[in-house]
Write a protein that binds this ligand. Structure first.
Ligand SMILES: Cc1cc2nc3c(=O)[nH]c(=O)nc-3n(C[C@H](O)[C@H](O)[C@H](O)COP(=O)(O)O)c2cc1C
Length: 339
């Protein structure tokens, strides 16, 4: 990935720019994915769903099937599934493909005990032959590209991301995303972009790096250090859904001003509309509060505004409080750029 030329291909699918909204359970639902695309128009090359259980999909669990939904505007979109059983993975991948999704991603990085104990997520990194059989079986079933997301290894003594990537390439996987931490690290420490770079050197398929891309400077540094074909952005998007636009502009040699307070309040209003399409008010207001507390930062009085937002009990109340608070800030001094 080099400045000025930022795109990648997953089989027949073109991802441009090569910036991916990373899958995040409890976060990257349809409302959040659409919000990020709207905040960073033209700058999100691919969005990925929350991970969805293959057990849930193949046992016709309503909640899992609801998670498959996406809006026609969301292409290109990939849906991620998790689990440990090969037959069930094949069946679930077929169900996912029927939705018209552009790619199917298998999760090989989830560290959560509930998932790992059932043989899914990062546990697959300890069963590489089983994983290989799984990938080959799913590959045979799918006509859309199959991709794989994994961590660097189970722990510091069993780093095997290069081996897993090479095996995946040979099994017909079209792209790998590497989160530069081990399972044991969970989300602590910092992601190891040297290891991500080693994966890039070892395979011919596109490699997307994941971990700690939270600013334009961090994006540049990770690209230069690892030579990856693309970046996946997770927590950075939760704090700053405009980040994709900022990074894409930088890659194209332009600069983009940080979002304004007005822009952030407008995004909260829009997020409420998008959440309302999917959830009852109780869920909407909780998610909206979380978003307000993460995005209202970096201007005078923002700490007090976040505090006030966190005490609200409904979406209407939250939007009234943050709207009035922002007007007061704007009236008292000229807006500063985001931190
Ligand atoms: C709340 C949360 C939920 C996540 N859920 C998933 C998931 O469902 N599937 C997955 O592959 N990775 C998941 N991840 C990992 C992210 O995709 C990403 O690899 C990791 O957070 C590092 O990138 P970041 O520093 O940009 O967040 C999750 C991370 C967070 C913070």
């Amino acid at each position: 990935m080099v400045s000025g030329k930022s795109s990648l291909a997953i089989g027949p699918l073109r991802i441009e720019p090569a910036l991916v909204l990373a899958p995040m359970s409890g976060v990257t639902d349809m409302a959040f994915r659409r919000l990020v695309r709207e905040c960073s128009p033209g700058a999100v090359g691919l969005v990925v769903s929350e991970f969805i259980s293959i057990e849930g999909l193949t046992r016709n669990d309503l909640r899992s099937h609801r998670m498959l939904r996406f809006h026609p505007d969301e292409h290109p979109i990939s849906i991620q599934i998790f689990g440990g059983e090969i037959d069930r993975m094949v069946e679930a991948a077929a169900i996912v493909q029927q939705t018209g999704v552009d790619a199917v991603d298998i999760n090989c990085g989830c560290p959560v005990p509930k998932v790992v104990k059932r043989g899914g997520g990062a546990e697959l990194l300890r069963r590489v032959q089983h994983l290989e059989r799984m990938l080959r079986a799913v590959r045979r079933e799918l006509s859309v590209p199959l991709t794989l997301k994994f961590r660097t290894g189970w722990d510091a003594d069993s780093i095997n991301c290069v081996e897993v990537a090479q095996m995946a390439e040979a099994a017909g996987v079209a792209l790998v995303t590497v989160h530069g931490r081990t399972r044991v690290q969970l989300y602590t420490g910092s992601a190891d972009w040297e290891l991500i770079g080693a994966v890039k050197q070892a395979v011919g398929i596109p490699v997307v790096g994941s971990g700690d891309v939270t600013s334009v400077a961090a994006a540049r540094e990770r690209i230069d250090r690892s030579g990856v074909d693309g970046l996946a952005i997770g927590r950075g998007a939760m704090e700053n859904p405009w980040l994709f636009g900022e990074i894409a502009a930088d890659l194209a040699g332009r600069s983009q001003p940080a979002s304004t307070i007005d822009g952030r309040i407008a995004a909260l209003r829009r997020y409420r509309e998008l959440l309302d399409e999917q959830y009852p008010e109780k869920v909407t207001s909780a998610r909206l509060r979380g978003m307000a507390c993460r995005t209202l930062k970096g201007f005078p009085g923002s700490a007090a505004l976040r505090e006030a937002a966190s005490r609200t009990r409904s979406s209407d109340e939250l939007l009234a409080v943050v709207g009035a608070g922002a007007q007061a800030v704007l009236a008292s001094e000229p807006p500063r750029s985001a931190a």
